[in-house]
Design a protein around this ligand. Structure first.
Ligand SMILES: [Zn+2]
Length: 380
């Protein structure tokens, strides 16, 4: 009996332990990616976060079933930018942009640095938030610290959709307690839609920029699919988008068409409650004005589009539902209809723009383009 135990221990030492060590990201892994002598403590932070995730979620390097997310590159700690952490995650996890399983989630620079990993088959999720005080440590100093000194939050949860939908009180409590540092809805939503069979990389790019999943960002994606069918761009053309009223959709459209505010691809303004009352019944769901502009001829073709959120709720079966993940359920359902955008998107009006002056008249400050195009009347 004793002999058997000794053999087991020996076999364990020979095969299992080295296997575990090898499965973990090491300094050599980062050197292979960034070059010898170039490893910094920021790289190491990405590796250490990945190693903890590998242990707690049981995966090995290169597992395509694993999604890695981080706000590294956006978060700036004590004046230090954090993009090197991303290479640490790539080196240790094998998750990459090209593999569609590494997402850099947009955040404002003053927010904490974090990493998150999601395993699709088990729906296990782990969030690790970096203790800001360790960012300026050396590699040697960092290597001497325990995991709970490096990360001030290490939180693992299972995020199966049924559990998210059916236990609103439990999840409201977790959200209130900020189990993922206040990133709960954002990261659970992005991980869940990443696992949706119809989710593609162009949508994920919009999701990274918008940094959460909601029916609003999905409505923008469906509007882009509708435009592809009904007002497709040809060479030398681009969209001039009037986000009136603006909502989450417009972040998706800016990313998908490079129709940014700064480059005058998008003009955004909101409607007041009084203005919304002036919308006729058939235009209550107005989403915006989309002009396919040809810079060579200085002419454009335009559509005023509406979006039907009641239909989205009906399709998701959430008309009477409550809880923190009702919007996620709606967004996931909207993704099912990505090839049938006309179920929720409709044309209110078609028009032409005959000159650059006509376009400028719609863009000017103080102009409500919906009034100019005859969709609604002015508030009296
Ligand atoms: Zn949103």
């Amino acid at each position: 009996m004793r002999k058997t135990t000794a053999v087991c221990v020996l076999l364990c030492m020979l095969f299992v332990l080295p296997g575990l060590v090898l499965a973990q990201g090491t300094t050599a892994d980062i050197e292979n990616l960034v070059g010898k002598g170039k490893v910094t403590s920021l790289h190491l932070l990405g590796v250490k976060a990945t190693n903890i995730a590998m242990q707690q979620l049981s995966f090995t390097k290169g597992d395509a079933n694993v999604l890695a997310m981080t706000d590294a590159g956006y978060s700036i700690i004590s004046g230090q930018t954090t993009e090197k952490c991303i290479d640490g995650v790539i080196a240790a996890s094998g998750c990459t942009t090209g593999g569609s399983n590494l997402l850099m989630i947009h955040r404002s620079k003053e927010l904490p640095l974090w990493f998150a990993f999601f395993k699709e088959d088990t729906r296990d999720f782990i969030y690790l938030q970096v203790n800001s005080a360790v960012v300026n440590k050396s590699v040697d100093e960092l290597n001497k610290l325990a995991d709970n000194q490096i990360f001030n939050i290490i939180a693992k949860e299972n995020i199966k959709l049924d559990d998210l939908y059916n236990n609103p009180d439990k999840w409201n409590e977790k959200i209130n307690n900020k189990v993922f540092g206040g990133n709960e809805s954002s990261l659970i939503g992005i991980a869940s839609i990443w696992a949706h069979p119809k989710c593609t990389f162009d949508f994920l790019q919009a999701a990274q920029f918008h940094n959460h999943i909601c029916p609003g960002v999905n409505s923008g994606y469906l509007i882009s699919k509708y435009l592809d069918k009904n007002l497709p761009l040809q060479q030398g053309q681009s969209y001039k988008i009037f986000a009136v009223p603006s909502w989450c959709k417009d972040d998706a459209l800016q990313v998908i068409y490079d129709a940014t505010v700064g480059k005058k691809g998008m003009f955004a303004s909101d409607l007041t409650e009084e203005q919304k009352k002036m919308l006729p019944d058939n235009a209550k769901g107005v989403a915006g004005i989309y002009i396919r502009w040809d810079a060579k001829t200085n002419t454009g073709s335009g559509l005023v589009l509406a979006f039907d959120f009641d239909k989205a709720s009906e399709l998701a079966g959430v008309q009477n539902a409550a809880g923190p993940f009702v919007k996620l359920k709606t967004a996931l359902t909207m993704m099912d209809y990505v090839n049938q955008p006309e179920i929720m998107v409709s044309t209110l009006k078609q028009f032409n723009v005959a000159s650059a002056e006509e376009l400028t008249a719609l863009q000017a400050a103080g102009v409500n383009p919906l009034i100019k195009l005859g969709i609604m009347e002015e508030v009296k």
